[in-house]
Design a binder for this molecule. Structure first.
Ligand code: 4NP
Length: 166
């Protein structure tokens, strides 16, 4: 099983959106996720400010405009166990990547990536900017960036793990 963890700071804006958008694209491609499936998808925050709360309303509404419902997700904090449990841990920005790199055991460092590094046709975009203190437009931009990276990452793992022909 390929296990994918999306990581941001609070786990209420960017990473739950990434979880929902990626699940949406994977399911559309015929790849279902779950404990007994080929892929497993989750998200977490490097901080625990909003534990067990659903995603920010603004993130929920932005995703819903694209038919992606993230209302059932609940925030949780990244744990040390996540570094061994997951195949890929995808950071929304450099600050969070650095926090992950500082805490991750050496044997799992190769699993850590910037999520935007998988986006196609997005030169110069390396991070999903934090929309939490922003407005609707900031949530739209974050969604657009997440959508590009989700589609690129899906292509990547389909190829890398032969998900469509096994
Ligand atoms: P996220 O956004 O990392 O995309 O979930 C944030 C959510 C909450 C806070 C900061 C960023 N906060 O400071 O509470």
């Amino acid at each position: 099983m390929v296990k994918i963890l999306f990581v941001c700071l609070g786990n209420i804006c960017r990473s739950p959106t990434a979880e929902g958008v990626f699940r949406h694209h994977a399911n559309k491609a015929g790849i279902e996720d779950g404990f007994t499936k080929k892929i497993y998808i989750d998200s977490a925050g490097t901080a625990g400010y909003h534990l067990a709360t659903p995603p920010d309303k603004r993130a929920q509404l932005t995703a819903l405009k694209f038919g992606v419902d993230i209302g059932d997700l609940k925030a949780r904090k990244l744990t040390m166990q996540d570094f061994s449990d997951f195949t890929y841990l995808l950071a929304m920005d450099t600050d969070n990547l650095m926090i992950m790199q500082r805490n991750c055991p050496p044997e799992h460092q190769h699993k850590l990536h910037l999520f935007m590094s998988f986006a196609e046709n997005s030169p110069g975009i390396t991070e999903v900017p934090d929309p939490y203190y922003g407005d609707t437009e900031d949530f739209n931009i974050a969604y657009d960036f997440i959508d590009r990276a989700a589609q690129g990452f899906l292509k990547y793992i389909i190829h890398e793990h032969k998900l469509l022909n096994t």
